[in-house]
Design a binder for this molecule. Structure first.
Ligand code: FES
Length: 512
């Protein structure tokens, strides 16, 4: 089974072995493009560029699909999380039409990849239904309906829903789809390697040197490249992007139903946060997948409550046979409703980023792949300005702020805490964790299932926010920019690129 950035197992991870690259990374150390991140964005972009004649290397810190690509629910939409009413308001009608066109082209790209490379990823065309349950929602739904028509979506009102949920009004949007994301990424990865591309898994990037070409420093050697793409949601280090995207978490369950009537369509309610519903057949077995209960990362003390609320919603609306998978996942909301794809702010030359997809990562990953290919090949694209990360305005005092935040503080070097006193003070049961204030210091403590106490400095190594325990995924999550760490403080998700500081705990008996 592939590893993911949390303890829960997603439907997509189960029974899927870790991808085995075939090409030898020792072949060369000089590339046209190095792509950091082996999720759907990284692999899609790498394939397009490799096929266009560029020599590409994908560097992934863990295994392919370790992050959100392994935890998504894989909806392929032109009906987006940010309603077209908002996109028209923020960017104008013409730009909203461009967004609709870009996302339709993205789904076309997925279709053609599947056909061209014979990828067996259970892809299925499926219309989407958006439904209202209150008068206020019905009014909003009508505005969304009008906006969808204005931007050119194939939309109509519908008198029924494919699921048994009471509703007032519903619209149907055609041209959407669903698939198995990990099988799709594996298919692309194989096509990329067949075209001569190189994938390096379990290789963390430690730094880059951006003078006279780019040197990418990794724990498995250095690579030279003309272009660098961060396909890691947010780039490492400190960048304006971090202040313009917000990390959120969403909860998902996959289950079987007694009546075996698995709706094939994509269905969404209009609450905030909303619920999303679809089914998926994997190896001849069908599942309903329902997600929702989203919240800002680190914002709630008990993440398990998200699952409890979701399960109660599911049992209210479905005749559940068995809940087989439950997991949560992280995504990044952009400040103004559209993703940031293009030149990394502060790096106008040849360093690129794709970030802030909201809940539409499966679609925007292909938007990013197409746009970044055009930018690197110097082709014209009407989307360059639309998704330009530099549309975000610099913040007053950002440079000073940077200077004060770049150092990774190690404050517990040479100090240790007494295990027994700490245990008594924290009163943790096995599997529990909390941040405590002890002897004037904040300490993040986790007691594992064997009763072993793990202590770390809760100060995030990115920009010094305090991490919070995620009891669903058994991780320390940073509410500020979405870095996530294992119970031992190991980096799972950037932008942090250093582990949390370990704090030594000893028993006095051993010490004496
Ligand atoms: Fe930025 Fe933690 S992710 S401070």
């Amino acid at each position: 089974m592939i590893q993911r950035d949390g303890t829960c197992t997603s439907l997509w991870q189960d029974h899927i072995p870790v991808y085995q690259p075939v090409n030898d990374p020792d072949i060369q150390t000089i590339y046209d493009v190095v792509i950091v991140g082996g999720g759907i964005t990284g692999i899609s972009t790498a394939l397009l560029l490799q096929k266009a004649g560029k020599k590409c290397l994908v560097v992934e810190a863990n295994n392919l699909c370790f992050g959100t690509s392994g935890g998504t629910t894989a909806h392929l939409n032109t009906l987006l999380d940010t309603p077209y009413t908002t996109i028209i308001k923020n960017f104008g009608k013409e730009n909203a039409q461009l967004v609709a066109t870009a996302t339709a082209e993205a789904i076309d790209l997925v279709r053609s990849h599947i056909a061209d490379y014979g990828i067996d990823c259970e892809f299925q065309e499926a219309p989407a239904y958006l439904f209202s349950q209150t008068q206020e929602q019905s009014e909003e739904l009508h505005e969304i309906y009008e906006a969808c028509r204005e931007v050119g979506l194939d939309v109509s009102y519908n008198l029924s829903l494919p699921v048994n949920i009471e509703f007032e009004k519903a619209i149907e949007v055609r041209g959407q789809a669903k698939f198995h994301p990990v099988k799709y990424v594996y298919g692309l990865a194989k096509a990329f390697e067949d075209a001569g591309g190189v994938i390096l898994q379990h290789t963390r990037v430690n730094g880059i040197e951006d003078t006279d070409g780019i040197t990418v420093e990794t724990e498995n050697g250095n690579f030279r490249t003309a272009n660098l793409i961060y396909a890691t949601h947010t780039p490492p280090g400190i960048n304006l992007i971090h202040l313009r995207v917000e990390p959120w978490r969403s909860y998902v369950m996959a289950f079987t139903i007694k009546n075996k009537k698995y709706a094939q369509e994509l269905v969404y309610d209009m609450y905030d946060p909303y619920h999303y519903i679809r089914s998926q057949k994997i190896d001849e077995k069908e599942y309903m997948i329902v997600g929702g209960e989203d919240h800002k990362t680190g914002a709630i003390a008990n993440s398990e409550a998200g699952f409890l609320r979701l399960e109660s919603y599911i049992r209210k609306h479905f005749d559940v046979d068995e809940i087989l998978f439950k997991w949560s996942s992280q995504y990044f909301e952009p400040a103004d409703g559209l993703p940031y794809i293009g030149h990394l702010p502060g790096h106008p030359g040849n360093i690129f980023v794709a970030s802030g997809y909201g809940g539409n990562g499966m679609t925007y990953s292909s938007v990013a792949a197409l746009l970044l290919r055009r930018m690197i090949l110097k082709g014209e694209s009407p989307y360059v300005r639309l998704f330009d990360p530099n549309r975000i305005k610099p913040i007053a005092g950002f440079t000073t702020f940077l200077k004060h935040n770049v150092d990774v503080l190690k404050k517990f070097i040479g100090t240790w805490f007494d295990r027994e006193r700490l245990e008594e003070f924290a009163e943790l049961a096995p599997g529990e964790a909390k941040v405590v204030k002890y002897d004037g210091e904040k300490i993040a403590l986790y007691k594992d299932e064997h009763g072993e106490l793990h202590a770390i400095n809760p100060m995030c190594t990115h920009m010094k926010c305090s991490v919070a325990w995620n009891n669903v995924e058994q991780t320390w999550d940073c509410p500020c920019h979405g870095s996530r760490f294992s119970f031992e403080g190991k980096v799972l998700t950037g932008p942090a690129d250093h582990d949390l500081e370990k704090i030594e705990v000893k028993t006095l008996v051993e010490h004496d």
